[in-house]
Design a protein around this ligand. Structure first.
Ligand code: CUK
Ligand code: CUA
Length: 642
């Protein structure tokens, strides 16, 4: 009952905060001109200069990942991952369409929340960035050399793949936790039979050194809670993984009355090394499953999709000492581990305080058997035995925490719209600054690794209101950059984002710049339809399929006049770009193509399919302004009656 009253009070305060932000036009500062110009200087990157950091922001329901520079806030690129993207032809070209394949058929969209950069010894190594698709559960690996999506694996038995895609400190695993518990295996059953019957799958995907190396190693079938967010242990807690849970009541309808009765939910602590050992010794149960694994082969410039039909599952009750619950108040959302690996921070959404657990105390409590009962055989640790401290924040609606290198933590508060800086160990609040408005995640470059780089925090806000010129009912979300190099945070700059950025990952530009791909070598192009010389350009018919082996170089296509095509044919334009230089793609588009254009990188081959419906002579052209004679890059296809 008390819980319900608290909920109503919080809902009311949230309403007030939202009404409040519509009625006042705050600009976030009452600074003097001198201070504003010093803020401007801090984000100003002069023409020809480059940013100090990369920032990768999730694109939420755009299904994509966006790349920004810090401190300038300039957007450099949108990387398509789970969504079709006409700008490059991703998901439309024959080479990339298999990337979007799932057990439900092609799903050319998703909801991308959490990017995480690969690590070695707990430090960012800049090889890849992993991202999750929430809706049709998938994990993707994006190369930080080519900035292209290289691999996507679907997650069976999962639904609302939200506590994902976080990685262990040597990138041994990328971890994906289900938000919804569901019947495992899926079957027709009464929804009201949820309690005790639905399961929450926590999936550990091993990451090998090569392309095509993601593999579901095991899946832990947990009680039917909601698994919200997760983070790996690091340093002393390496080998463990932590997941926040809510709805430990196991209600099948999350109207507040049902799902927030428990004063405390849990953080699930998983000793994955122990489970790894268990499955390496033959433990676990192989279950039928059906999921896609899609791999892009850079040498062939094309992707393949494979269906896999079994998955290894683990019942936590079968591995004593591997899974524990840490009671954590008020429906925790964020689950963050500090750079030392000692502290596990749970942010109760319906709370004002942050609960910090101690890893050392957790181990001691496990050794001493200080349990407070169990849930489905999983021991629940005594709250007081694992508590390291409480941050009396004075804010409302804590969500996520990141860290700097000086022993400070920064937590976002959605309801009170602020970032609060506090000291690890003393739990004292050091500073707080408003955000505009209703902040979700925040990001400090390296701020979820053993080596944070500090300097800036980017707050990603859910509500924009008056921050930009109005653009109709929908505004792009507002991100804000704060200087965190001093004792007090300083708001420097607002910049609009794309889609809905939830989380982000950032790293020094110097980590990626040396390995950034400039072009693909034509002599290494192993695409089966590559055309290595203009002399090899040709048209080949195979029944109703017509393959056009086409080359491009500034400023022409070969061949550029194509005849012999008939209505009802399936025409494949295999376009090979012969440029061997940085940043010279050519595009290809043909009138009436109902898919997309394609953008072909130097040295690459890409294919677009065209099914002409009408007799006539139809033009095609290069879509990317590539030279002074770009407008001359054109041709015709003659289509005759069937
Ligand atoms: S969630 Cu969006 S603000 Cu998907 Cu990480 Cu917390
Ligand atoms: Cu090639 Cu424009």
């Amino acid at each position: 009952m008390k819980k319900q009253i608290l909920y109503y009070i919080l809902s009311f305060m949230m309403l007030i905060s939202i009404i409040g932000i519509t009625s006042c036009n705050q600009n976030g500062s009452s600074k003097s001109g001198a201070l504003l110009s010093s803020a401007a200087e801090k984000v100003y990157v002069a023409p020809g200069e480059q940013d100090e950091f990369y920032a990768f922001l999730s694109g939420g329901y755009s299904g994509n990942l966006t790349v920004y520079g810090l401190p300038s806030g300039r957007m450099f690129k949108e990387i398509p991952v789970f969504s079709q993207f006409p700008t490059s032809g991703y998901g439309y070209s024959e080479e990339t369409r298999p990337m979007l394949n799932t057990s439900h058929g092609p799903v050319p969209w998703d909801d991308l929340h959490h990017p995480d950069i690969s690590q070695t010894n707990g430090e960012l190594d800049g090889r890849w960035i992993f991202v999750n698709g929430n809706n049709t559960p998938r994990i993707a690996r994006v190369s930080l050399s080519t900035f292209e999506t290289e691999e996507i694996i679907e997650i069976p038995n999962s639904a609302g793949n939200h506590s994902s895609s976080f990685i262990t400190e040597n990138t041994e695993y990328v971890v994906a936790g289900t938000r919804f518990s569901v019947p495992v295996p899926q079957r027709d059953m009464e929804i009201s039979e949820y309690k005790g019957n639905f399961k929450g799958a926590l999936t550990f995907i091993s990451v090998g050194p090569e392309h095509g190396n993601l593999e579901i190693k095991f899946q832990i079938l947990m009680p039917g809670f909601n698994y919200d967010l997760s983070h790996p242990g690091r340093g002393k807690s390496h080998g463990w993984f932590f997941f926040t849970t809510y709805n430990t009541e196991e209600a099948n309808s999350l109207m507040e009355v049902n799902s927030s009765q428990n004063d405390k939910d849990f953080i699930a602590a998983i000793n994955w090394k122990k489970i790894e050992e268990y499955v390496n010794n033959g433990g676990g149960t192989m279950m039928p499953a059906n999921y896609a694994h899609n791999v892009y082969d850079e040498d062939k410039h094309s992707a393949t999709s494979t269906m896999i039909n079994e998955v290894l599952t683990v019942n936590p009750a079968d591995v004593p000492g591997a899974v524990f619950f840490l009671p954590t108040p008020k429906s925790p959302h964020g689950c963050d581990v500090d750079p030392s690996g000692q502290y596990i921070i749970g942010a109760g959404k319906l709370s004002a305080d942050l609960t910090v657990h101690s890893f050392d105390k957790m181990i001691a409590a496990i050794d001493a058997g200080k349990f407070d009962g169990d849930a489905y055989g999983i021991p629940i640790l005594k709250f007081e035995e694992v508590l390291a401290g409480t941050v009396k924040s004075g804010g409302l609606g804590p969500l996520h925490t990141e860290f700097d290198a000086e022993g400070n933590a920064y937590t976002t508060f959605f309801i009170s719209s602020e970032v609060v800086k506090w000291k690890i160990g003393t739990w004292e609040v050091v500073d707080r600054k408003p955000t505009f408005y209703s902040v979700g995640h925040l990001m400090i470059p390296g701020g979820n690794s053993r080596k944070p780089f500090g300097k800036y925090v980017v707050a990603m806000n859910k509500i924009t209101k008056d921050r930009y010129l109005p653009t109709g009912p929908e505004m792009e979300h507002s991100a804000q950059i704060y200087d965190i190099s001093g004792e007090k945070m300083e708001l420097l700059y607002d910049f609009p984002t794309h889609g809905e950025p939830h989380y982000a990952a950032g790293c020094p530009a110097d980590l990626l710049r040396p390995n950034s791909k400039k072009f693909y070598r034509l002599d290494e192009n192993n695409h089966p339809f590559a055309t290595k010389t203009a002399a090899d350009a040709r048209v080949e018919r195979d029944g109703k399929d017509v393959h056009i082996y086409m080359t491009t170089i500034r400023s022409h296509f070969t061949p550029d006049n194509i005849e012999g095509i008939k209505v009802g044919d399936r025409v494949y334009f295999h376009v090979t770009n012969h440029e061997q230089d940085f940043d010279v793609p050519h595009g290809f588009a043909v009138l009436g193509a109902n898919t997309s254009e394609i953008l072909v990188m130097p040295g690459q081959t890409k294919t677009i399919v065209w099914e002409p419906k009408y007799v006539g002579v139809w033009p095609f052209y290069c879509t990317d302004f590539c030279s002074a004679l770009h407008q001359e890059m054109q041709g015709y296809v003659r289509v005759s009656p069937a």
